[in-house]
Structures are given as structure tokens and as C-alpha cells.
Design a protein around this ligand. Structure first.
Ligand SMILES: Cc1ncc(COP(=O)(O)O)c(C=O)c1O
Length: 450
């Protein structure tokens, strides 16, 4: 197996850093200016995480490509970390939202689109009742509140190294069996050990140990983990985990925000999961803020019983702009015309093409890496075998190597997600886009292995 020489990695990275700076004078200029009015020179803290000395400033994006302010074109395999899984600004979406903008953006009244969207989500995921929020974070938070309210239990359970947005209870870590705030967690309101149990994915014994005290209201889970690399469930894991949650009276939220890549009804439909809630945000409105959470008949009945009209505006669920007319119009057109079953028939084979191309280069260069596909998404990891849980995956994380590979790709016209090595296909992605990444990956791998 090839071992990466760290000195060589450092030198290659320095070379790429210089190239990045000299190729992007306009982004550099805007970044200097941004430092005077934006904290750390970026509109949102995560944007610091892009490789290179400063973030690229985007000018415009269409389909699977975007152009930066220096006039360079890129294949976008990050797609706004799934927010633009629809491709950027599909024409049909542009037309529908332009129409809605002319006809009223937000009213605190329902529009007919909300029914269409609820009915479509019911068909896709099999859950009968739906509510809306503006972000997947909020949808998760609201589902958790409802779960706590109807079970009367205080705790939630998540998987080690999960990410479900900025939900306080989920920004947790597990160190030698002890739960605490995740590294980087800014100002946790309480130690999350008070609110949250954390177990490793694919460990049924740990799950049972954590549920048997019967104080866990709900398990919040991605059906396959996607935020510490892609981690697939073991065969039969979810059937057994579901039985355990039922045995101990705990509810289950399937957060399909990323795993929607598995198909039009996410993993819930593909794998016949049977959750109490489904959460779906990010691309549901092609990037117009919106998210949805669905629940079973029983959950809907139990929560409705507890709601009094007089107090329903102060329950901590919802928001002034949640379910607004623009958001729902964007969701309707996206579900009806963009994230269709037909679209997945082209996106999934492209992810397979990405997967196969990367796997071939890994083998050719004898690198101790692997690549995993989940529907329209694929991701490589720096370990010989695919990880089975968060700790295993995190143990092989290599920030320096990751940044080098991302910068190498960026310098040659391909954008990957800044957090790990994920590539996502949209309906507008082409085989040529995927092959460009494969060529670049091959060149980087050969340079590292030389
Ligand atoms: C699985 C999952 N759920 C929820 C979220 C939160 O989405 P948002 O930041 O749009 O609220 C994320 C964000 O990355 C996510 O990966």
C-alpha cells in the first residue's frame, strides 16, 4: 500500500495554494474588503472552511456549473451541500417562483400549493401528515419538541458524529463513553449530556442499553450517516433498531435531508423504513428556504389532542415565515418537475460512474482509501475499508490531505464540499462533468503516490 509522504503533501499543497491565489485576484480583492464589514471576512462562519487562502466569490450558477467573479467556470459537485441538489436555478423553478413573487410572498395564510406538497410528500414517504419550516434544523427541532411533548420524556438519542443542523441537543460528542459538547460547539446552552444520549451507529447493544431506561423520547437519525463520510447501515440494522425503539416506547425521526439522494422517497422508501417522523429540507425548494416534517397518524393524533387554539402561537413550533407562499411554491415546482423519479434515473448512474472512476484510481495507485455510493451521492474516505460508525470514520480523517485534494480539484475547475470528500449529482450533471473530476483525482493521486 502507498504511504503518503507528509513532506511531499506539504510541498504539493504550497504549490496549489500559490496557484489558487494567482488565479483569483478579484476574489482576493473582495475578501480583503469583506474583512471590514463581515466577521472574519465571510457572510457565514462555515465559509472559512473552503480550501485556499480565501473563499471564491460566486458570480452566477446554472445547472451543475457556476462561475466565479474572476470569470472561471466550475463543475459544482458540492451543490450547496445539497441545497442545490436540484441543479442551480432550474428554468421551471425560476418561472414558478417569479410568478409567486409577483402574487405575494408571505401571508400567514395557507395557499393551495401547501396541499399539493403535503399530498406529494405523503406519496413519497408514506407518512400521512405534514408541517413546514424554513430549515431542516428547524424541522428537526420541531419534531423533537413534539416527540418530547407526547412521550413526556426528556432525552433524545443521536449517533456519534451525526450532524442534523444547529440543533443544540445534537451538537454532541462521545469520548470514552462520556457525552459532552462537540469540539467547536459555540456556547452550548447546557451540557448536552443533560439532554442527549449518544451511541455509535450500527451498534444495537449500545442502542438498547441507552433506551431501556425509557427516558428517551426520540432517536434522531439519518438512515445512512452522511456527515462524517457516508456510513451505510449494516444489513438488518434498521429493522432491529426500529424494534428496539418500539419495545421501549421511543419514537424515531428519519432525517432525510441528505439521504434524499437515495431516491424520490429517500431511504425511508428505498429501504422500507417505518419512522414516526421524516424530515426533509435543503433541496426541497431548489434552495428557496423551506423544509418539511411528516408524522404518522398516531403522532398527529397525540399532538393534536394537546394543542389549544388559544396557545398555538407560542408552543415553540413554527415561525412567522414557515409555510410561506413562496417557500411552498418552490417546493411544489421542485417536487413536481425537478426531484422526480425520472431525475434519479440519471443522477444515480452518474454517482456510480463517479464511484467507479475514483475506485479504479485508488486501486491503480495502491492507496489505502475507499469510496462509497449512496444513490446520487458518493464519497471517498482515507481508510482501506468503509467505516461502520462515526468514531471509525473520524479516526481516518486527514484534514491536510482533504484540503490538498479539494484545492487541487478547485484549481482545475471542480468544487467538492468543504467538509469531507462528498460529491453529489444533480439532474443537470453530465458524464463529462464526472469524468473531469476522475481525471483530476487521478492526477492528484499519481502526484501523491509518486
Ligand atoms: C442531515 C442533516 N440534517 C439537517 C441539516 C440542517 O440543515 P440546515 O442547515 O439547512 O438547517 C443538515 C445540514 O447539513 C444535515 O446534513
Amino acid at each position: 500500500m502507498t504511504t503518503i509522504a507528509r513532506k511531499r503533501l506539504y510541498e504539493l499543497r504550497q504549490r496549489e495554494e500559490r496557484r489558487f491565489v494567482s488565479d483569483h485576484p478579484r476574489s482576493a480583492e473582495l475578501y480583503e474588503r469583506a474583512k471590514n464589514s463581515l466577521v472574519d471576512g465571510v457572510p457565514m462562519n462555515w465559509m472559512k472552511k473552503w480550501p485556499g487562502a480565501f473563499p471564491l466569490f460566486a458570480a452566477r450558477a446554472k445547472g451543475a456549473h457556476f462561475t466565479d467573479v474572476d470569470g472561471r467556470d466550475y463543475v459544482d459537485l458540492s451543490l450547496g451541500d445539497t441545497g442545490a441538489m436540484t441543479g442551480h436555478s432550474p428554468e421551471v423553478v425560476v418561472a414558478a417562483i417569479a410568478k409567486r413573487v409577483r402574487e405575494g410572498i408571505t401571508l400567514m395564510l395557507p395557499t393551495e400549493d401547501s396541499l399539493w406538497v403535503g399530498e406529494d410528500l405523503k406519496r413519497r414517504f408514506g407518512l400521512p401528515y405534514w408541517q413546514f419550516a424554513l430549515t431542516a434544523t428547524d424541522a428537526n427541532r420541531f419534531a423533537i419538541r413534539i416527540a418530547r411533548e407526547i412521550t413526556g420524556r426528556p432525552k433524545i438519542l443521536v449517533y456519534h458524529y451525526c450532524y442534523h443542523g444547529t440543533v443544540d441537543e445534537s451538537l454532541v460528542s462521545l469520548q470514552h463513553g462520556v457525552v459532552g459538547p462537540r469540539r467547536g460547539n459555540i456556547g452550548p446552552p447546557v451540557n448536552p449530556a443533560e439532554t442527549t444520549r449518544v451511541v455509535e451507529f450500527n451498534d444495537l447493544n449500545a442502542l438498547e442499553d441507552s433506551l431501556e431506561g425509557q427516558d428517551v423520547a426520540v432517536v434522531l437519525a439519518e438512515p445512512a450517516m452522511t456527515n462524517v463520510g457516508i456510513i451505510l447501515p449494516d444489513q438488518g440494522y434498521w429493522q432491529a433498531a426500529r424494534e428496539l425503539t418500539r419495545k421501549y416506547g421511543t419514537l424515531l425521526i428519519a432525517d432525510e435531508t441528505h439521504t434524499i439522494c437515495a431516491g424520490p422517497g429517500g431511504c425511508t422508501k428505498e429501504w422500507m423504513l417505518d419512522p414516526d417522523f421524516v424530515v426533509f429540507g435543503k433541496p426541497i425548494g431548489s434552495g428557496i428556504p423551506g423544509a418539511a416534517y411528516g408524522c404518522t397518524e398516531e403522532v398527529a393524533r397525540r399532538i393534536s389532542k394537546r394543542l389549544a387554539v388559544e396557545d398555538c402561537d407560542v408552543g415553540g413550533v413554527g415561525g412567522t415565515l414557515a409555510g410561506n407562499a413562496l417557500s411552498l411554491a418552490a417546493m411544489r415546482v421542485t417536487l413536481e418537475h425537478v426531484l422526480t423519479a425520472e431525475a434519479f434515473k440519471t443522477m444515480i448512474p452518474l454517482a456510480r460512474r463517479f464511484n467507479d472512476g475514483v475506485a479504479a484510481e485508488i486501486r491503480k495507485n495502491a492507496l489505502p482509501w475507499n469510496v462509497v455510493q449512496l444513490g446520487a451521492r458518493a464519497e471517498y474516505h482515507f481508510s482501506e475499508r468503509p467505516p461502520r460508525n462515526g468514531a471509525e470514520s473520524a479516526a481516518f480523517a486527514d484534514f491536510e490531505l482533504e484540503r490538498f485534494l479539494h484545492l487541487y480539484a478547485l484549481n482545475r475547475g471542480v468544487l467538492l464540499t468543504p467538509f469531507h470528500n462528498m460529491a453529489l449529482m444533480c439532474p443537470a450533471t453530465t458524464a463529462a462533468d464526472v469524468d473531469l473530476h476522475t481525471q483530476i483525482f487521478a492526477a492528484a493521486a499519481a502526484e501523491l503516490a509518486a
